[in-house]
Design a protein around this ligand. Structure first.
Ligand code: TGC
Ligand code: FAD
Length: 388
């Protein structure tokens, strides 16, 4: 037998079904041809590769784990594997798919009216309509319960006022799911582009997730009809339920970035010679590679365990926090260590490692910061919420 695969030392792939492996391989093949060679350029030019959207749709990646309305309806593990492959290329691709499927489509699928579902979900699954999810505001990030955006009742419907910030896909979205405070608590609204009083402004100068569109949503006397409200979404628990879905995808996605970094570091270390030997032959380098491999392979077992729990309908939110906290933190450490192994080349866009590390800085912060997930687990362990 040859060398074992450092990115799967535990043979986690053997725990997948044939169908799961086939889905993963299909996504990986498509990305190897149409995405991976260009990821550095997209990052450098701060360009979201919109031409990929129809290809994602063709593969069924948009709303992949949802049933009906043109969605693929795969299991959660398959969705996780797709997220892993997307993020192995660039976190921006996984972000797009997360926001489209797990946040915007999921909000409509779970909390929308039959009419909203019919109007938006098939188009979103086909990639002909793009969605975004506006929860964060300039002054309220980790604490969305304090949101300032309001929705006031009028005779004809609702009027929305406020600003959302850091919204993935905002500038390219055909429809925004906007969360706002009403006199009966937080509610969700479906706001199509073109609604008077609704505007978006893209955010620039990012050093992370450069290939992703990140925008402000500006709601200024934005009038929407009664039918715009998501009828089944009442209270903050509704957007938080959507976050569970997207956080689950990140549990897997982050490992994709980590896999890319480990594979790059192993190849580089075996080829690069200093002091007359490959740098992979030095014990210090081997220790780094081993630490990276331990964390990546353990992370895979964790992701698969959570995926199986999700498919059994038994995944709890604190378990999602466990996975997101552990795997994103591990991936970021792996990316930074890979960067050191590549020496000066580690800082170049010719290699993916610092691009991944920079992207993972956003991943550590969005969908609940590492501190917030620490406190979720702290509450799970002690029964004492320490958020405020
Ligand atoms: P708290 O009082 O604990 O909860 C309010 C209600 O919500 C329920 N709940 C949940 N339900 C489902 N899933 C969860 N994970 C839930 N967490 C809480 C809870 O049971 C309660 O229900 P009820 O019926 O009693 O009313 O709320 P809190 O104000 O104390 O906040 C808790 C905290 C801090 C954990 C929460 O606010 C939080 O998670 N903050 C982080 C915010 C966040 O993650 N924002 C993400 C924005 S979206 C994004 O980043 C997209 S990036 C995507 C990309 O590009 O990939
Ligand atoms: P803050 O909440 O101001 O936190 C600042 C620091 O204080 C952090 O370290 C935080 O952990 C810490 N902190 C806060 N509260 C506590 C506490 N109680 N105890 C200990 N420490 C605490 N949001 C959306 O709604 N939709 C999107 O599509 C979206 N996409 C994003 C894309 C990108 C590229 C980025 C970077 C962010 C995106 N976000 C999105 C926003 C993201 O969810 C928020 O940035 C995140 O929730 C944190 O909020 P904040 O940045 O305001 O930080």
């Amino acid at each position: 037998p040859g060398q074992p695969d450092p990115t799967d030392l535990l043979d986690v792939a053997a725990l997948l079904t044939d169908e799961e492996r086939a889905i993963q391989a299909t996504v990986r093949r498509l990305l190897a041809e149409h995405a991976e060679p260009y990821a550095g350029e997209w990052f450098e030019r701060a360009e979201f590769p919109r031409a990929l959207v129809p290809r994602f749709a063709e593969l069924g990646l948009l709303g992949m784990h949802l049933d009906g309305y043109g969605c693929a309806g795969t299991n959660a593990v398959s969705y996780g594997l797709a997220c892993l492959e997307l993020e192995a290329v660039d976190s921006a691709l996984r972000s797009f798919v997360s926001v489209q499927g797990s946040l915007a489509m999921y909000a409509l699928w779970r909390f929308g009216s039959p009419r909203q579902k019919e109007e938006w979900l098939p188009a979103m699954a086909a990639g002909t309509a793009i969605g975004c999810f506006g929860l964060t505001e300039p002054d309220h990030g980790s604490d969305p319960a304090a949101m300032a955006t309001t929705a006031l009742r009028t005779d004809a419907g609702w009027v929305l006022d406020g600003t959302k910030m850091w919204i993935t896909n905002g500038g390219i979205a055909d429809v925004a799911i906007v969360w706002a405070r009403t006199d009966t608590g937080v509610r969700g609204f479906c706001v199509p582009r073109g609604t008077p009083g609704f505007a978006t402004r893209d955010m620039h100068h990012k050093l992370s997730l450069r290939a992703s569109v990140t925008s402000e949503l500006i709601l200024s006397g934005c009038e929407v009809p009664d039918e715009a409200i998501l009828p089944e979404a009442t209270g903050l628990r509704a957007p938080l339920a959507c976050l569970n879905e997207a956080r689950f995808g990140i549990v897997w996605g982050a490992l994709g970035a980590a896999r890319s970094c480990l594979a790059t570091a192993v190849d580089y270390a075996r080829e690069r010679t200093q002091f007359g030997r490959p740098v992979a032959a030095f014990q210090l380098t081997q220790e780094k590679l081993v630490e990276m491999a331990l964390e990546l392979n353990k992370g895979m077992l964790l992701a698969l365990h959570l995926g199986r729990r999700k498919d059994a309908g038994q995944l709890r939110p604190d378990q999602v926090s466990f996975g997101k906290l552990n795997n994103v933190r591990a991936a970021l450490q792996i990316a930074r260590t890979a960067r050191t192994i590549l020496g000066a080349n580690g800082i170049s866009l010719e290699y993916p490692v610092l691009r991944h590390a920079n992207n993972l800085e956003s991943v550590l912060t969005y969908e609940g910061t590492s501190e917030i997930h620490t406190l979720v687990l702290g509450e799970a362990i002690t029964g004492l919420p320490a958020f405020r």
